[in-house]
Design a protein around this ligand. Sequence first.
Ligand SMILES: NC(=O)c1ccc[n+]([C@@H]2O[C@H](COP(=O)([O-])OP(=O)(O)OC[C@H]3O[C@@H](n4cnc5c(N)ncnc54)[C@H](O)[C@@H]3O)[C@@H](O)[C@H]2O)c1
Length: 251
Amino acid sequence: MTHSKVAIVTGAARGIGAAVARGLAGDGFAVALFDLDEAGVKEGAAAITADSGKAIGLSVDVSDTDRVETAVAQVAEELGAPTVLVNNAGITRDNLLFKMTDGDWDSVIGVHLRGSFVMSRAVQKHMTEQKWGRIVNLSSTSALGNRGQANYSAAKAGLQGFTKTLAIELGKFGVTVNAIAPGFIATEMTAATAERIGVSFEDFKAGAAAAIPVGRVGQPEDIAHLVSFFVSEGASFISGQVVYAAGGPTD
Ligand SMILES: NC(=O)c1ccc[n+]([C@@H]2O[C@H](COP(=O)([O-])OP(=O)(O)OC[C@H]3O[C@@H](n4cnc5c(N)ncnc54)[C@H](O)[C@@H]3O)[C@@H](O)[C@H]2O)c1
């Protein structure tokens, strides 16, 4: 049986998610872009459609179970059964532990961990019915520990355990589950960090690049390329893995 080629990318209005959505459209997938930013995903979907692809953009908060369920059902109805899910939506609420609020903790865990759980649970039935699927979760080098990011590093390390467990549970249905842990990628997320610490984005990127073995910061397309590999037919024997994409080794 051939499977449907339909992908859902969360947090797809900009940055890494937008590049992943474009990349998957280029690989021949119909793509549903999910984000809080409705104008952003509608624009991204229109650009893919103008480029001869097939895409829709939906306003979805990935941590809202009811909204996720209805949006995934809409994708199945309009594009076909989703067989690829990229859990990319993310936020940061950085603070040193003694200043970190309950809200900082709950919102970060809510988007990354609860959001990936709710999305994966909603989409898995389509993948198991199709006997084919690919889930890719966005972790981070911060999973290894990063000052000011107790919430974010816990969420990103949690996603690695989540990835391995789903790989064990879903493997027999032809579904692989992997995680990508990027280092520094130039997006609005890293631009916001530069602004918060009072450094220009150009200086912030130059400082980061000096410490990266390949001598540059990452671009969203670096991650999109790896997603394309993980979702390819040829990657069916690779599951439960975490690949660090950081321009060099990590500890
Ligand atoms: N930029 C980096 O250096 C870097 C490094 C490692 C990991 N990551 C991870 O990669 C992913 C994408 O990061 P980015 O740099 O493109 O970030 P970004 O801030 O540019 O984009 C994130 C997108 O997620 C959306 N989003 C946030 N909360 C959401 C929610 N509840 N529901 C739906 N959408 C929501 C935002 O609206 C935004 O469009 C994140 O999971 C991030 O943690 C980024």
